[in-house]
Design a protein around this ligand. Structure first.
Ligand code: 5GP
Length: 121
């Protein structure tokens, strides 16, 4: 799947749409989800044009990958989640119901997140 530069996160990265930014580094941006599922629900995205973790893990540079992973940890610490705990989640493709085709890792905190996934029907 090619990268669609009209996706909503590409527009946020270009400053065409506002976001509630919590952190920025050379290769990453973190901002609050517009429809939060937890008291802390932040999206951490790479600044590069990567569709998903599949694309990013195959094609991003080592510098981008290192900066992105460090950004995730930094955001969690800056939001004071390291003691209470947090969950990170990235959806890729159809089965995971990925909605926005620009890699994003959800960072959830400040609630009990119960089990991993609902049991299969
Ligand atoms: P996905 O299902 O692709 O993993 O998650 C996409 C996420 O992006 C959803 O949690 C949704 O609420 C969030 N989202 C969609 N549009 C916007 C937007 O314009 N701004 C922000 N901050 N989040 C958005």
């Amino acid at each position: 799947m090619g990268y669609d530069d009209q996706n909503i996160f590409a527009k946020i990265l270009r400053g065409e749409i506002p976001c509630d930014k919590v952190f920025e580094s050379e290769h990453a941006l973190a901002f609050r989800d517009i429809n939060p599922l937890a008291p802390v629900h932040v999206l951490v995205i790479p600044k590069g044009a990567y569709v998903s973790m599949d694309d990013f893990s195959a094609n991003a540079s080592d510098a981008e990958i290192a900066d992105y992973i460090r950004a995730l940890g930094t955001v969690a610490r800056e939001l004071d989640l390291q003691e209470s705990g947090y969950r990170i989640l990235a959806n890729h493709g159809r089965d995971a119901h990925q909605e926005v085709p620009h890699l994003h890792i959800h960072l959830f905190g400040k609630r009990d997140m119960k089990g991993m996934l609902p049991k299969q029907a």
